[in-house]
Design a protein around this ligand. Sequence first.
Ligand code: ADP
Ligand code: ASP
Ligand code: MG
Length: 408
Amino acid sequence: MIIQKYGGTSVGSPERIKNVVRRVAKYKSLGHQVVVVVSAMSGETNRLIALAKEMQAHPDPRELDMVVSTGEQVTIGLLSMGLMEAGLKAKSYTGAQVRIVTDSAHTKARILSIDEQNIRNDLANDIIVVVAGFQGVDQHGNITTLGRGGSDTTGVAIAAALRADECQIYTDVDGVYTTDPRMVPEARRLKTITFEEMLEMASLGSKVLQLRSVEFAGKYKVKLRVLSSFEEEGEGTLITFEENEKMEQAIISGIAFNRDEAKITVRGVPDRPGIAYQILGPVSEANVDVDMIIQNIGVDGSTDFSFTVHRNEFSKAMDILKNQVQPHVGATNVVGDDKIAKVSVVGVGMRSHVGIASKMFRTLAEEGINIQMISTSEIKISVVIDEKYLELAVRVLHKAFDLDQEPM
Ligand code: ADP
Ligand code: ASP
Ligand code: MG
């Protein structure tokens, strides 16, 4: 049993959907049971979000999900028609029809359970099942969506629920690269990447796979491969669970970057127990995720506290801090900057090598790029810099860590 997920570009026109039909037919003729998960046609989700914003500056989350979930509904119908036209049995399902049950966090819902019975029955009857990615239904029957790029997560979650043999993510590049090949043409496709590295890459901004899809793959040990939908052959990139063979290879596997964050600094907060909680508590209660956090050493009893949030939630977070937190904790002021970017180097090889951080900092210093924040873990180093230096930073780091060269 194989789950194939096709992204927006791969279903961007009737011609391309017919191309998907050909591949699905090929796998079916080889004797596989196939479930296909599809995204909306390329550009469609953006178009729907823009429409919603014409009606409401900050669209109501429930209604926004109602609107954007329609993109995928079009593709499942079209693809099923194409499969029928090719003489195959096919049936489309929205997320709610499968019963992909999520929590009620509209626009970023999490999958709680998947009812696999209908799908299994269809597969047993030789039917190709076509499922709308990116969407589900909460326990009250409201349509929800899983966040941008969420069709990846639908694909992997269905693979996990059905214990499929493989989940294939077909996209517009032929695998996972050392960095986004659209930014660095010298980027190389990786034959394999460890699950842990992929998790870091995705969480640090590499949009080739949605983070939650990688989390699902790890939790349920789904065999996951990223492939091109435009090439007949090609092994793509396999996400592996074994590290051993990788250990002698490159120290750094890839560079991820993220322009979707914004930085907030609360100045002159009293340096006393409980202050981090008083600042971040209200932010988290508003369901705003906080990423990097820095608190300086206190001087004369006060300190500065900085952190990053998603750029979409910047103004919401600024409101909370200015109106609730600042008066409450007695901070001097709150300043924000949404023109920042985060660049990260990722690799399991870091565990057994020293000097990676200093090499990264030296490389950026040589280009005169100022580092505003730093955060590290066992297998990654991230820095926040001025957004205007992002491309330069990624290019010079890619070169400095020899990512354009095949590892020995
Ligand atoms: P889909 O619509 O198929 O889901 P996405 O646009 O979501 O496709 O993801 C594929 C894109 O991810 C590529 O076109 C590429 O620009 C981008 N990308 C970012 N980082 C990487 C990386 N490390 N390797 C490959 N692609 C990457
Ligand atoms: N169509 C949705 C989006 O554009 C989901 C996806 O493509 O994975 O984010
Ligand atoms: Mg995607």
